[in-house]
Design a protein around this ligand. Structure first.
Ligand code: NAD
Length: 333
């Protein structure tokens, strides 16, 4: 069987996912949900979507009666994910929801609970969990090729100059760079080190308060501690371009990746040489794998379920609390 997907929110990233899905065999784009009729028309033409699979935010709940759609992929601004996901779950559809899954851990947990109650699966759009260079590093770490892990560095950021976009609107974004791009360093620290952090310290720098208003972080540096004694040092920013680098150090070797989380090609080398895994379109592989997870119960190497999303939300909240208090924050996941 093929996973028949409707995409909700027809913006920039949704277009990238839709184009990538053209090459999928196990997943197929069959429907859309949008508040903009002209976009629906465009997408119908571009992706061959039948009228009966097109919804707006008013009539969306009737998707419940549509037997030709299995899952809704939520690709709207962060603050809308909670409501969008719960509505889709109540309509009996599996949900794939973009990162960050919500704007708080509490909302994230409510989404997990709603999907459980509705007996549908909830997956978060963690495309790096299926990326071949990334999986190779995880394999090397698991096989002991790096020895005992001692240190991770994650640098993730890009520049925002437009004060009007939703990413710098606290109501829609839920925060600033941490929610959007810092989450890659948090999530990366976890899958690279292979442990869950137990404490965090963090510092914020703001150079442009006109764009990055109260509650919208521009640049945050944060440090994580892990049970083994490994530490991580990370930076998340909306004020430095092309910042996209991971470094993992162990007692027997190291890996560096740059770029490490953008759309690729992801490049990396270890103490043994280049990673040299296949170059893929992330979203194509993600949707193939997610179809297998939803339809066949396949277990991914790194989880992409709602609980995984909640763990990242808890860490983001701890980072913000550490910035505010200036104190080390304990993390319990
Ligand atoms: P975007 O601005 O390009 O698209 C957002 C879409 O949501 C637009 O089509 C907009 O019309 C729609 N929308 C629906 N209701 C809205 C409302 N009330 N206010 C504003 N817009 C509304 O943004 P994007 O870059 O596509 O990001 C969307 C989501 O995807 C975000 O959660 C983002 O974090 C995530 N994302 C993930 C990746 C990834 O690599 N996994 C990459 C980019 C974006």
């Amino acid at each position: 069987p093929v996973l028949r997907v409707a995409i909700m929110g027809l913006g920039g990233y949704a277009t990238r996912v839709a184009d990538a899905m053209k090459d999928c065999k196990k997943a197929k784009l069959v429907g859309v949900i949008s508040g903009t009729p002209s976009k629906i028309k465009d997408w119908q033409g571009k992706y061959n979507i039948p009228e009966k699979n097109c919804y707006n935010y008013e009539n969306f709940d009737t998707i419940k009666n549509n037997k030709d759609i299995d899952a809704v992929y939520v690709i709207t601004p962060n603050a809308l994910h909670h409501d969008n996901t719960i509505r889709a779950a109540r309509a009996g559809k599996h949900v794939i929801c973009e990162k960050p899954m919500a704007i708080s851990a509490k909302e994230g947990q409510e989404m997990v609970d709603a999907c459980k109650k509705a007996n549908v699966k909830l997956l978060i759009g963690y495309r790096m969990h299926f990326e071949p260079q990334t999986l190779e590093v995880i394999r090397m770490r698991k096989d002991g090729e790096l020895g005992k892990i001692t240190f991770f560095q994650g640098l993730t950021g890009f520049t925002i100059n437009d004060p009007n976009q939703w990413r710098v609107d606290k109501k829609l974004a839920g925060g600033g760079s941490m929610m959007d791009i810092g989450i890659y360093s948090i999530n990366g620290a976890r899958y690279m080190v292979g442990e869950e952090p137990i404490w965090v310290t963090a510092q914020e720098t703001k150079t442009n308060p006109a764009i990055f208003k109260e509650g919208v972080d521009e640049t945050v540096q944060f440090q994580l501690g892990f049970p083994s004694g490994a530490v991580a040092s990370c930076l998340s920013t909306y004020n430095m371009n092309n910042l996209d680098r991971f470094f993992l150090n162990g007692t027997k070797g190291y890996v560096e990746m740059c770029p490490s989380t953008n759309y690729g090609p992801i490049q990396g080398r270890s103490h043994k040489g280049p990673l040299n895994q296949p170059i893929v379109t992330h979203q194509t592989v993600q949707m193939e794998e997610m179809a297998d997870i939803i339809l066949n119960g396949k277990k991914p190497v790194v989880p992409v379920d709602g609980e995984e999303g909640v763990r990242d939300m808890k860490i983001i909240e701890a980072v913000y609390a550490a910035v505010k208090s200036g104190q080390k924050q304990k993390i319990s996941l």
